[in-house]
Design a protein around this ligand. Structure first.
Ligand code: PLP
Length: 406
């Protein structure tokens, strides 16, 4: 028998990563060892309020009992079949996700980027098979400052130089227009356009909320011009904004919906393309796939996630507690906060750069026992689990005020 590895401190573990782990992230210096609900604990036993929630992958908090139970039950029975065979969990997952979103069909994948890639492929196929765009001429219109993931095709239409630089040659067929600009969209969409792909709220850009009427305008324009509306709700969806989907704020139903993150309940990667039958129906055997997509463990957890959302309780909490978040941030405007954007339990907060960069503010909050993450420059993002209590939320706002004043 080998002896157990010696227990290492946070500092030792951070140093140990340096030579063996690719440096594609710059994490805050906290080493999380366990978590429950809205709280995480580091290897040295310090507790932190999680105000990031895994970029919305932990909308239901860490280790939600119903989700953990669904995962345990499935682990004891069947975990993977591949799609070479049917499994007894996938039908219910697809039925319930379809009912939750009001769209007909589900293409199960794993990560967010995979859902985006799959959505792009499906839209192109639809353009050739249904719309009649000449072969290899399909275009997809996207928004500046978008974030849709990290694959080669997705970074091809990113406007973030750090995400793109050094990774060419890029995939052609994308047109970039300013976000929240219907006139620019009108000009960019033509007879080759397969789809308009946007985030209903731009998360990574700093929780950018478009003007009222934009999403409804995109819906009207895409319908009128005969192309698809793809809504990337990988970060904005599944309760975060106070509704099941952010597009619901404008009573919009897209043709294609991309989901991920919280769909896996913070347990396993689960993503999906959900769409009208006319759109997803273009795929035939062999044209697209994934070894892990739709696996029974993912389907069991995804079904349990949908079940939580069916109650409406999380959406309601996000809407109600969102008022506390908004009011609390409003109090800080002029006291170190230059401005903020908030919808539900999700906010992008612009800190006065004279006080500190987003990174510095995040580090100071970490020392106060609050975990957040910067987006760009001096903007931080607040996105607690939807299980956060009013008291916890207020304590985070008090800590932010302290940090801004210190
Ligand atoms: C809107 C949006 N789309 C896609 C992605 C990519 O998801 P993943 O990191 O699971 O590939 C993200 C991740 O932050 C996102 O916010």
């Amino acid at each position: 028998m080998t002896a157990p590895a010696p227990v290492r401190t946070s500092d030792e573990l951070i140093k140990a990563e340096e030579p063996v782990l690719a440096h594609n992230y710059h994490p805050l210096p906290v080493v999380v060892a366990r978590a429950e609900g809205t709280w995480v604990e580091d290897v040295d036993g310090r507790r932190y309020l999680d105000m990031l929630a895994g970029y919305s992958a932990l909308n239901f908090g860490h280790r939600h009992p119903a989700l953990i139970e669904a995962a345990h039950r499935q682990l004891d029975r069947l975990t993977l079949t591949s799609r070479a065979f049917h499994n007894d969990r996938l039908a219910e997952f697809a039925e319930r996700l379809s009912a939750l979103t009001g769209l007909d069909m589900v293409l199960p994948m794993n990560t967010g980027a995979e859902a985006v890639e799959s959505g792009i492929k499906v839209a192109r196929k639809w353009a050739y098979d249904v719309k009649g765009v000449p072969a290899d001429r399909a275009t997809i219109v996207v928004a500046a400052e978008n974030f849709h993931g990290r694959t080669t095709t997705i970074v091809s239409f990113s406007t973030d130089e750090t995400a793109r630089s050094g990774f060419g040659p890029f995939t052609p067929g994308f047109r970039v227009v300013p976000y929240d600009d219907l006139a620019a969209l009108e000009e960019a969409v033509d007879e080759t356009t397969a789809a308009v792909l946007i985030e209903p709220v731009q998360g990574e850009a700093g929780v950018i909320i478009p003007k009222d009427g934009y999403l409804a305008g995109v819906r009207e324009l895409t319908r009128r011009k005969g192309c698809l509306f793809i809504a990337d709700e990988i970060q904005s969806g599944l309760g975060r904004t106070g509704r099941t989907l952010a597009v619901e704020h404008e009573a919009v139903v897209p043709d294609v919906l991309l989901l991920g993150k919280a769909l896996g309940g913070g347990i396993v990667p689960v993503s999906a393309v959900v769409a009208r039958r006319e759109v997803l129906g273009v795929l035939h055997p062999g044209e697209h796939g994934s070894t892990f997509g739709g696996n029974p463990l993912a389907a069991a957890v995804g079904t349990a996630v949908v079940e939580l959302l069916e109650t409406g309780a999380f959406q309601q909490r996000a809407a109600e507690l969102g008022v506390i978040l908004r009011d609390g941030l409003q109090e800080l405007v002029g006291k170190g906060v230059l401005g903020f954007r908030a919808r539900g339990l999700w906010a992008g907060v612009d800190i006065d750069p004279a006080i500190g960069s987003g990174r510095e503010i995040s580090e100071r909050l970490m020392r106060e026992g609050i975990l957040v993450k910067d987006t760009h420059g001096s903007t931080i993002r607040l996105a607690p689990p939807l299980t956060v209590t009013a008291e916890e939320l207020r304590s985070a706002l008090v800590a932010l005020e302290r940090v801004l004043g210190s």
